[in-house]
Write a protein that binds this ligand. Structure first.
Ligand code: GRF
Length: 212
């Protein structure tokens, strides 16, 4: 890993933080040129902040402001400023329950990544595992993609399939998808950090690492 400068990740989440924990383990392994610079949450007592602090990672609550599904202008400014002050290269959304738009995305062009618990473009939005069960698909999965101003619509970086079993409940399917997320997200971030993903409009390509 010697000479490659580490990609500094700023992780945003509102929930329990299982993806953050998996990414933290990948960083700690020292196999990839990436590190967690900062963890931010819009929920003061969220699991993600607690788990980050347990690991000794810088973790902060920033109040989201007056809206329910997005940040207000002042909060958006604070999030951007805090991430820039921490010299974050890549913003990693890991269960952040607010839509990020304009100012935020312009501050980190093509540098905001999200994970979604379905094979996009199927089942965008909330509780995708429940949507998949209700629809009756036999295969679902998870998707890592760049964030754009739409809901779960940005260019796809990686996907992993997950089978839907006959006796699945929303909870068992969700857990199986999350297990896949905990492998796919760190691996995809590592590929980005290593410069192994080329982005051309909506299409993205893996660049084979140099041999030898
Ligand atoms: C994940 O299932 C992810 O797909 C979705 O939010 C969930 C976050 O879970 N966007 P966790 O907080 O990482 O455990």
């Amino acid at each position: 890993m010697g000479n490659i400068p580490k990609t500094r990740l700023g992780i945003l989440g509102s929930g329990k933080g299982s993806n953050m924990a998996a990414i933290a383990e990948a960083c700690r392994s020292g196999q990839f040129p990436m590190e967690i610079a900062l963890v931010l949450s819009d929920i003061e007592d969220s699991g993600i902040l607690a788990r980050a602090r347990e690991r000794g990672l810088p973790a902060r609550f920033i109040a989201p402001g007056r809206f329910r599904t997005k940040l207000d202008e002042e909060a958006e400014r604070q999030y951007v400023q805090t991430l820039q002050t921490a010299r974050v290269d890549l913003v990693v959304l890991a269960g952040f329950m607010r839509i990020l738009k304009g100012e935020f995305l312009r501050a980190f062009p093509q540098r905001v990544v999200n994970i979604h618990p379905s094979l996009l473009p199927s089942f965008p939005g909330l509780e995708s595992w429940r949507q998949a069960l209700d629809y009756g698909v036999k295969v679902t999965g998870c998707t890592v993609h760049l964030a754009d101003p739409g809901i779960d619509t940005g260019p796809i970086l990686a996907q992993q399939t997950v089978p839907v079993l006959d006796d699945d409940t929303p909870a068992t399917l969700h857990e199986r998808i999350q297990q896949a997320e905990r492998v796919l997200y760190p691996a995809t971030l590592a590929a980005l950090a290593q410069g192994n993903i080329r982005i051309e409009g909506r299409r993205t390509f893996r660049i084979a690492p140099p041999q030898g």
